[in-house]
Every structure is written in C-alpha cells, then in structure tokens.
Design a protein around this ligand. Sequence first.
Ligand SMILES: *Cc1c(COP(=O)(O)O)cnc(C)c1O
Length: 503
Amino acid sequence: MDIMKLVNKLAWLPPRWVATLERQLKKVPAVQTQIDKEMTHLLDGLSDSLKPYQRTFETFARLPAQGQARAAILSDLQAMQEQEQKRWQDGYASGAVYHGDSEHIAFLNQVYALHSQSNPLHADLWPSAAKFEAEIVSMTAHMLGADHSPNRDAIVGTLSSGGTESILLAMKSYRDWARAHKGITQPEMVVPVTAHAAFEKAAHYFNIKLVRIPVTADFQADVAAASRAINRHTIVLVGSAPSFPHGVIDPMPALSALAQAHDIGCHTDACLGGFVLPWAEKLGYPVTPFDFRLPGVTSISVDTHKYGYAAKGTSVILYRGQALRHYQYYTTTDWPGGLYFSPTFAGSRPGALSAACWAALVSIGEAGYLDATRRILQTAALIRQGIERLPELRLLGDPLWVLAFTSDTLDIYRILDAMTARGWSLNGLHKPACIHLCVTLRHTQPGVANRFLTDLRAAVAQVKDQPAPAGGMAPIYGLAATLPVRGLVGDMLKQYMDLLYKP
Ligand SMILES: *Cc1c(COP(=O)(O)O)cnc(C)c1O
C-alpha cells in the first residue's frame, strides 16, 4: 500500500498521537525504507528542474587542478544570468526582485564594485561603511516615525543581512532584556500564526517558547487571543505590517497598547511594508498605524532589500532606546585576539552591500519612493479588481499589494500549476490553501497586469474544464498541506535541501 495514502488516513487522530505514532513507526526499518523510497521518488521528479545546468556546464565537485580562464568563467556566468533574468525581469515572479530596472541595477553594481573590499568590522580602514550604516538606520528610523519619540527614547538600530536576521536579533534582544530587567528565565513570545517563519526560527534558536495566536476572518491578529496569551513569562508581542501570506496589517494600535499595559516588548515586522506603507499613507490609502508613532511599539524590522530597492543582503532593525539595542550587541574583553565586538550575528560583513543600500536610498529619495509606491498600488488595485471579477476565485482579507486568493470550487493548487505552465512563479501557501502575488515595480511595466489576468482567466477555465493531469506540484502541495504526519513533511524538506547542495 502507498505509504502516503496510509499516513493520510491518520488525519482523524489527534495530532499528538500521530506524532508519537510517527516516531514509533519510523523506528521500524521496513517503514523507514518505504518512506525513503517514496521520498526518493518524489524528489527525483524535481531533480531535473533544480539542476538544469548539469548537462550544459562543467560541474566542479573538486577544485580544478589549474585555475580556469577568467574569460571562460565570465561567459558561463553570463549565459546562466541570461537564462534566469527574463522571467523576473518581465514580471513573471511574485516578489523576488522588487525594483529590477536595468539602470538602477547597473548603478548599484557600480557602487558595489567601488566598495567591494570594505568590511565594517574594520571601522578604522573603512569609515565610509560606518557612515553608510549610521545614515541608513537614521533615514529608515525617520521614515518610520522616529520624530515622535522623545529624545531619551531615541529610535536607534543596526543594519543586518536580511529580514530574518533582523527578526532573530530583535527576539534575542528581548530575551536578554527580559532576563535582566524582569528576571524572566522561561521566556515566551506571543506571535500571530500569519507572522513570518523567522519568528519560529528565533524561538527555536534562542529557546523561547512560541505562543501562537489565531487571526480573525479578515486575517488580522486576534487581539483578544493575544491578551489571553500574555502571562508573566511573556517578553514580546509581535504583529506584521503587513503579513507575508495575505498582505494584511495587524491591529498594531491595539497590540501596542496591550504590550505597554504589560510592560513587554512590541515588535512590528515591517520587513515587507516598511518602505511602502509610509508612502501609501501619504498617497491617501487606508493604512493602520504601525510604526514608532504608536508609543508601545519598541522595535521594527524593515527590509531595505525588498521595497527599499537595495541589492539583496541588507535589512534594518530599529529599537526604541539605546538600552534595548545594547542587548543585541556582543562584546568580549578577554579573547587573545584582542578586544572584540560586533553589533550583529556576523563578524566580517560585506561593506559593499551597505554602500549599495545607502546609494539606493539616497538616489531614490522621498519622491522616488512615493512614485514607486503609487505605481505599485495602482497596479495592485487593477489586479485585485480582476481577481474579484472571477466568480471561481475569492480574495483573502483586504490587502493593498500582496494579493492572496483561493477558490471554493476548484483546486487552487491546480490553478497554481496552470499559472506555472504559463511562465508564472507565484507563491503557494497553505492553512488555508491559497496562492499569492506580491506586486513589485516589475508588474507596473505596461501590459504585465493584463497578461497576469488573461493568464489567470485561462488557468481557471482550464482547471474547470479539464480533468487533473498527472504530475505537477498540485498533488505535492495538497499532500504537504494536509498530511497529518508533519515530521515526514519536514523530512521531505530536509531532503530537498540536501538535493540543492548536491553538485
Ligand atoms: C521577507 C519577509 C521576512 C524575512 O525576510 P528575509 O529577508 O527573507 O529574511 C520577514 N517578514 C516579512 C513580513 C517578510 O515579508
């Protein structure tokens, strides 16, 4: 019997029983062998699409005995870049590349090349890196309501390598702050289910108990549930502006007030919205307050490498007050290597990315961000309208530019497959099953929004009229979303990563 069908039949059992049963079953060699076989089969199907260059380019599993000619290397790299560029450049991807105009990219590359040797760890050698980072943090803080914070609680922060690092840093800071100031040794963080996976990662890395709270029917964090979830171990309350899955802003005013009443941290994850919402508000769109103008908000993560239009590899973590930032810093004074300190998880860091980030912010300016936001929100409104006109589809929540939709009558993952077949790279989500398009500047190019809607209409019609074809991702998504044996799904993802690291 197909083991996947068997485990699916366990769906009616309580999850804790299933987890125990799963651990026991996996100790039986025959079961493990069968699982391995099924996994290999599933992953074999993906291998070709994940390793498209195995036939066309030389594979280096070991160092070449002699260095290869630079010209040959460059020509191979160019070929791969050309192969990969078209899809995101022409606006077929959800998120991924947020600006992508060739002149902007060429400018950032020029800046990167100028500062490619810079390392902010050596502030004596590269004072420019310190200047760039201090100014990026300050510009971002002022964009997010720093002027409304009294001086003793000035908004400060650091640059990090991405949204995940910003979130990890903030959660670690709260853990250490709560231990020092409130004697909390068994910390808990209260996090909506729709918050980014990075919060779960933080809980896992730093031994913080993750207390999940549900969202309401409109996909906003349930404030009453948050209130019930807070106890004497709670260190921080989290909300998103907006959330990655459904693009919905959590009720930050209520969450901020709740956190203030309990003297705990309140983190707004504005990784996605930090460089959009301030301008959306100026343009007159309805924007739930989420930034430092709310007195209870004590930290914000905001990604410069998304809608800040910097190159990949930078984000900003902001805190209300120096004291909190000090819990992020690391210093050691007894190391034979000398006095050592670093503000984030990394030691050496790419100063060139800080330079490129600074250059992006300074070259775009308020007027540039305002204009980019206007174009994105207009395009997103057009696409949203088109989705809402399709009776088979249902939009989730009330989003501005991250548009999640599902279907009550059709298999949404088959629609995802049909869109993939038309060249689109959309995000497949679950709980509930849906897909989303995160609108970027790429989609504001002439014709892209209409092409998306034309393809979507065709995809819906195809799924409606034709029986399910064999293969595709739909069965895998369906299985992964409903499989009660979550450990098995996790194992599958680990094998997928193993596959990525196979030369
Ligand atoms: C992208 C994103 C993150 C994580 O950012 P990375 O840069 O991928 O690490 C966190 N939160 C939200 C809401 C995001 O959209």
